[in-house]
Design a protein around this ligand. Structure first.
Ligand SMILES: NC(=O)c1ccc[n+]([C@@H]2O[C@H](COP(=O)([O-])OP(=O)(O)OC[C@H]3O[C@@H](n4cnc5c(N)ncnc54)[C@H](O)[C@@H]3O)[C@@H](O)[C@H]2O)c1
Ligand SMILES: [Zn+2]
Length: 359
């Protein structure tokens, strides 16, 4: 078992990483003393794969199971109110309700947001079942739902009481969904941890075969980086949490340009990191070596290194998304593997020039 204590002044909590933790979820939840009526929010796929685990860990006397729509559709106004109404139906005077988010990032974002607003806040626990969930979304307390107009536009900062991570959940994940998370793990390597970067680069086969020791290490190292950054800048006020956006300015532009359909987030982040490296070289921050390292790791995992979109659509989306102050935009640039910096000096001209490299 590995434990990371996320040390926040008002809401400290443990992140527990353990193989087969899923057989002991109830023990950990009881230990956290969250309440006497748990609402387990989960997705259809997770329910289908883990019905036995769910029934065993969450007896009907004290838990209600709520199955949402799959994927991003769950992060909607309609699911938000549907679930709140269900909670309300069972929440009698002698009950102390809490929420259990069992699923990917979408379930964690939705469940965490409900926990933050129902009766002005009830406790919740994160049990992430995707790699994105385990290394990123379950840690740090960012919760949200989407509106048709914009993603994550209604949300809150609200920390869970405990995060329970069982790497064995990843065994049923599709290779595609697994790689979505791997792109983010590569990002952690690139911003903070050289060992992590080369661990992922040098062990393709074993990682894709979910070698337990390697997967545990990737989760632990990534979660630790995320936790540390959240500790230093919980509400993204000091510019420290900004480096987590490495590759993301471009990725968000690309996702918006593709109307969130043609390219997934993880793939967009992959190419976004390569793009940021080209930009960094153009601005004299890194050398060809860094570009080659990034390109190679992406190719090893079949993540994209070229895109079909023209610069117009993507740059337009970036400029909608981010403020250009005096014609300049804020970007995270790379100097070396595991060394990045935030620059406020990137111009549209710079953006256009580097775009040619990935077209
Ligand atoms: N809050 C944050 O800090 C933060 C950070 C990153 C991403 N996010 C959010 O997370 C979401 C993406 O998360 P995601 O990639 O986990 O997507 P997801 O929740 O849609 O899960 C991906 C797919 O995998 C399925 N699935 C989940 N666990 C499974 C398992 N163990 N076996 C088989 N299938 C399983 C899901 O049902 C879904 O179909 C986005 O909405 C994004 O905005 C939030
Ligand atoms: Zn991301």
């Amino acid at each position: 078992m590995k434990k990371i204590n996320l040390k926040l002044k008002n809401n400290p909590y443990p992140i527990i990483i353990e193989s087969n933790l899923k057989d002991n979820l109830l023990t950990h939840i009881k230990k956290a003393k969250l309440g006497n009526l748990g609402f387990v929010i989960t997705s259809p796929k997770v329910y289908q794969f883990y019905q036995k685990t769910i029934k065993k860990n969450f007896p009907s006397k004290n838990f209600k199971i709520i199955i949402t729509a799959d994927g991003e559709k769950a992060k909607s106004k309609s699911w938000l109110f549907k679930i709140i109404k269900t909670i309300l139906k069972f929440d009698k005077t002698n009950k102390k309700p809490f929420i259990v988010c069992l699923g990917g990032g979408t379930i964690g974002d939705l469940g965490g947001f409900i926990a933050s607003i129902y009766k002005r806040g009830i406790p919740y626990v994160q049990i992430p079942t995707t790699l994105i969930g385990q290394i990123d979304s379950s840690i740090g307390g960012k919760t949200a739902i989407d509106l048709p107009e914009a993603k994550n536009i209604v949300g809150s900062f609200y920390q869970p009481k405990v995060v329970l991570i069982d790497p064995n959940f990843l065994k049923t994940l599709t290779k595609k969904d697994f790689k979505e998370g791997l792109a983010e793990a590569i990002k952690y390597g690139l911003i903070k941890d050289q060992d992590l970067f080369y661990l992922i680069k040098n062990n393709t086969k074993k990682i894709m075969a979910l070698d337990p020791a390697l997967i545990n290490k990737i989760i632990y190292k990534s979660a630790k980086i995320k936790a540390k950054i959240v500790e230093e800048d919980e509400k993204e006020k000091k510019g420290i949490r900004t480096i987590l956006n490495f590759g993301h300015t471009f990725a968000h532009g690309l996702e918006a340009a593709s109307r969130y359909k043609k390219i997934s987030h993880g793939r967009a982040v992959a190419i976004g990191m390569l793009y940021a490296a080209y930009l960094s070289k153009q601005l004299g921050k890194c050398s060809e070596k860094e570009i080659e390292e990034i390109k190679t790791i992406l190719e090893l995992y079949n993540l994209p290194t070229k895109i079909q979109f023209g610069p117009k659509e993507v740059l337009r989306s970036i400029s909608y998304d981010k403020k250009f102050t005096a014609g300049k935009i804020r970007m995270v640039l790379i100097r070396k593997i595991a060394k990045v910096e935030v620059s406020d000096k990137v111009t549209v001209q710079n953006l256009k020039k580097s775009f040619k490299k990935i077209k």
